[in-house]
Design a protein around this ligand. Structure first.
Ligand SMILES: [Zn+2]
Length: 92
């Protein structure tokens, strides 16, 4: 059995999970399984990088752009966090 205080935390976790902009990644590395090869992508304080050839030439690629879409608000700049910190009801 969960204690009542733990039940409160679970309820809060469920609410928080609906507001992913509260979570801001600082940096991470991930493997990305592309159509032909598996690539390594990095995220570091707002900057993406990838080890694929296209990224080296263009500074962006399908891997980093896909990861950005998947991770959404957790990898965006400060404005997303600002709206989360305000105590207003979410209007999305
Ligand atoms: Zn790439």
């Amino acid at each position: 059995m969960y204690s009542s205080s733990m039940i409160g935390k679970i309820a809060k976790a469920k609410q928080y999970a609906l507001e992913p902009e509260r979570i801001q990644f600082s940096q991470f590395e991930a493997s990305f399984q592309g159509e032909n090869d598996t690539h390594t992508i990095h995220y570091d304080h707002g900057t993406w990088s990838c080890d694929c050839r296209f990224f080296a030439d263009h500074g962006a690629c399908s891997h980093t752009m896909a990861a950005e879409r998947v991770l959404g608000a957790s990898t965006h700049a400060q404005h997303a966090l600002d709206s989360a910190v305000n105590d207003q009801p979410t209007a999305r």
